[in-house]
Unconditional design. Structure first.
Length: 176
């Protein structure tokens, strides 16, 4: 089966056509956010304060890129374990998040929220941060600069190779 090219900008409408196990080449804007950034974004949501980026229609990549070498847009940027974000993910999905990129299984609550919101969880290959970095066209730190590698960054990616780990119909590679 050929890899399907999809855009983060149309992921919300593309998600219903994706099935667990499909391979995709993802292009468009991604936002990096890990544990501490998730904690802060959740607090902003609870307080009704502005977010560093709109969650509605967004895709978050669970990554903390290494320092950027001269002449490149980013250092290595492999996925981190997604389960650490599970306490925050249903809230984010209920506020419009449509895609997540990471590695590893997700909790039942996250799987239920993915289905409830028509979202998708995409898996990147762990240990291949240098390969992932080749797909990054640009990087901009947009929030929480004090968190260093865990700051929220807006990446522009092209043809990022991923596998659908959990689809919006309940398909789940981790339950096979």
């Amino acid at each position: 089966m050929a890899q399907r090219r999809i855009s983060t900008l149309t992921l919300k409408t593309d998600a219903p056509a994706l099935s667990a196990g499909d391979t995709v080449l993802l292009s468009g804007p991604l936002y990096t956010a890990r544990d501490q950034a998730h904690k802060r974004i959740a607090a902003l949501l609870r307080e009704g304060k502005p977010l560093p980026f709109p969650l509605d229609g967004a895709t978050i990549y669970y990554a903390g890129p290494t320092p950027t070498p001269p002449g490149l847009p980013i250092g290595a940027c492999g996925p981190t374990t997604s389960g650490r974000m599970d306490p925050y993910t249903p809230l984010f999905l209920d506020h419009g998040l449509c895609g997540m990129v990471g590695k590893g299984a997700r909790s039942k609550e996250v799987c239920d929220a993915i289905c409830r919101n028509g979202a998708v969880y995409l898996c990147a290959i762990g240990g291949a941060g240098a390969l992932a970095a080749q797909c990054v066209q640009s990087l901009e730190v947009i929030a929480f600069d004090d968190l260093g590698c865990e700051s929220v960054k807006r990446l522009e990616v092209r043809d990022f190779p991923l596998i659908v780990g959990i689809d919006c119909h309940g398909g789940n590679l981790f339950l096979r």
